[in-house]
Structures are given as C-alpha cells and as structure tokens.
Design a protein around this ligand. Sequence first.
Ligand SMILES: CC(C)(COP(=O)(O)OP(=O)(O)OC[C@H]1O[C@@H](n2cnc3c(N)ncnc32)[C@H](O)[C@@H]1OP(=O)(O)O)[C@@H](O)C(=O)NCCC(=O)NCCS
Length: 314
Amino acid sequence: MFTETTARGGAHAAAAVRALEPGDATAILGEMLAAFERGECDGMERYQVEHAAERLAPNPGSCAVAVVDGRLAGWVIPADDDLKVVPAFRRRGIGRLLVGAGRGLAAAAGRDRLRLWVPRRPDAEAFATACGMRYTSSLWQMRMGREAMDAVGDPAFPRSVTLRALRVGRDEEAFVALVNRVFADHPSPIELSVAETRRVNASPAFDPTAVLIAEDASSGVMVAFCRVHPFTAAGGTPSGEIRLLGVDRGWRGQGLGRAVTSWGIAELRRRGARSAVLAVEGENASALRLYSDLGFRFGFEWPHWTVAAGADAP
Ligand SMILES: CC(C)(COP(=O)(O)OP(=O)(O)OC[C@H]1O[C@@H](n2cnc3c(N)ncnc32)[C@H](O)[C@@H]1OP(=O)(O)O)[C@@H](O)C(=O)NCCC(=O)NCCS
C-alpha cells in the first residue's frame, strides 16, 4: 500500500513505513503497553490499550508501521487518533513519515482529514505543528462517582419503544446501520463495519446483555442503543464505561437519550461499578448538557489536531 520511504539517515539506519503485516500486532501491543506504563496514554485504561491492539490484525488497512532494521519503530492508527514513535527512534523524522502515511490511510478510508490525539505537552505540540497540523477540538472523558450514580433514577422510556438485549448473529446489520447513521454528522465520526461488528460479537468475551436496544414499538425498527463495559480501574476498583450510545434522528427530543444513558448508569451500578466514565466530543453541546445534568463531571481532555488527508505534501 505504501511505497517505502526513508527517513533522514545521518548515523542512523533508514526507516521504512509500510502497511501492517502479520506479526506486527503483537509487537505493537508490547510497545503500546510500554507506552501505557510510561504514562503516555493519559486518560486511557489498560483494557482500552489492549482492545486497540486486538483490532489491528483483523483490520490490516487501519494501521501503518515504521520499521528500522526489522524492529518496530512506530505506528499510526487514524481510526484511533493514535500515532507513536518508540522512544529509541525519536527525533529521526519517523513521526513525520507516519503523519504522511496516516494522511494516506485517512484518505483511503474516505476521510477529509487525518485526526490525531496530541497531548498538551510542548514536545507533542511542537511535533504536530512541525507536521502542518492544527488544533481542532477536544474529546472529553466525563466521570461519575458512586454517590452520583446512586442519585440517578431508573430509566423512564417513552411507551413508543420496546427494549431488549442485542441478538448476536441477527442484529448486526441493523445495529451497524443505526450507529453509522447516528454518528454520520458527528464531530468525530464513528464508522462501524458489519464484518468487524460480527467478529467482535462472536467472541466469547462479548456480552450481548451489555447492549440495550430500543425499538419502535409499532414497527420493530431499532431507534436507540446503549452499550456498557464494566472494567477494573487502576487500584482494583470495579468501574464501568458507557461505551456507545445514540438515538436515531427522528426520535430525538423525546427523552430517549436521557433514558438510555440512565439505563447505562443503572446497568453499571447493578454490575457493581463504583464509578462510570464516558467520552464525549467537546463540540457536542446537547450531549454535554445531558451528561452534566445526570451528574457526570469533566475528567480528562484529549485534544485533537488535524491535517488534510491525502497523498500530497501537507
Ligand atoms: C511526538 C512524537 C510522535 C514525535 O515523533 P518523532 O519521530 O520523534 O518526530 P520527528 O523526528 O519526525 O520530528 C519532526 C519534527 O517535530 C518536532 N519535534 C519532534 N519531537 C520534538 C520534541 N521532543 N521537542 C520539540 N520538537 C519536536 C521537530 O520540529 C521535528 O523536526 P526536527 O527534528 O527537524 O527539528 C514522539 O515523540 C512520540 O511518539 N511521543 C509520544 C506519543 C505522542 O505524543 N503522540 C502524539 C503525536 S501526534
């Protein structure tokens, strides 16, 4: 997919940037966990790092890697806003090469822009600026402690919907179509594929009762969803994430968003979570209002910078 590109050499060996190959995912997981231990994945939980690595092998087109002398030197995963260079290979032009590869991957995925998470640190911001990127918006992690979770009432759904858990092997097409519709004009668009969703749902670890589906009571058409994910936070505290939630356009403004979010909090509470987190785009004013109204408070900020997608020079 990529033509081999060489970083400026000096005393160093040349770097090649190429598409993901079998075997890379294991090396990337190792380096991702090392970055996590160094504190370079602020705001992320260990299971999120592991999930990001697990998604790579089945989706080889989602990632480009930099290799020096057969060793993994860095990677870019545009769909996860992630670009990292392994410490031993920094300041050799590899990050810049990976931004170029990421712009190509983003264009190939039909996106206008490459978007990356750039921590609020002078080195990361200097790098992004040098690569022609600009700050665009921030994704916020919002948190709620157990006391606030206990104060959230049981979900009140309108009579026009019926509720059920996800049906593995039967719901994937309708579910993916709804999620993609809901997030189509979102500031940070999510695009699921049916094949990938089928793969995830078929895994033994997948719990269909962690996904609530609300259907139009008269037609049976799916109109809203909420997916929760319990996890153990650092220090061993049982916690949980509201991972994905949305309401179809024609069904907004009837309290369904509040109801599915309250369901998520109640479900995490029922599963023993002492705190709940979710991620929300800072420009999504209506979602921010709903979440803060329910008792979520700002936790962590992930600033996002972007540059035009494409194979030309930025
Ligand atoms: C930020 C990061 C990706 C840079 O990778 P890199 O391969 O060292 O970057 P490059 O060598 O391609 O640097 C390109 C330019 O960015 C700027 N830059 C890079 N690192 C810098 C630093 N530590 N301090 C100041 N400027 C820096 C420089 O202008 C550099 O050009 P120069 O070396 O000719 O002066 C790497 O340090 C990293 O992985 N950090 C941790 C993860 C992270 O912050 N990711 C977000 C990146 S979007």
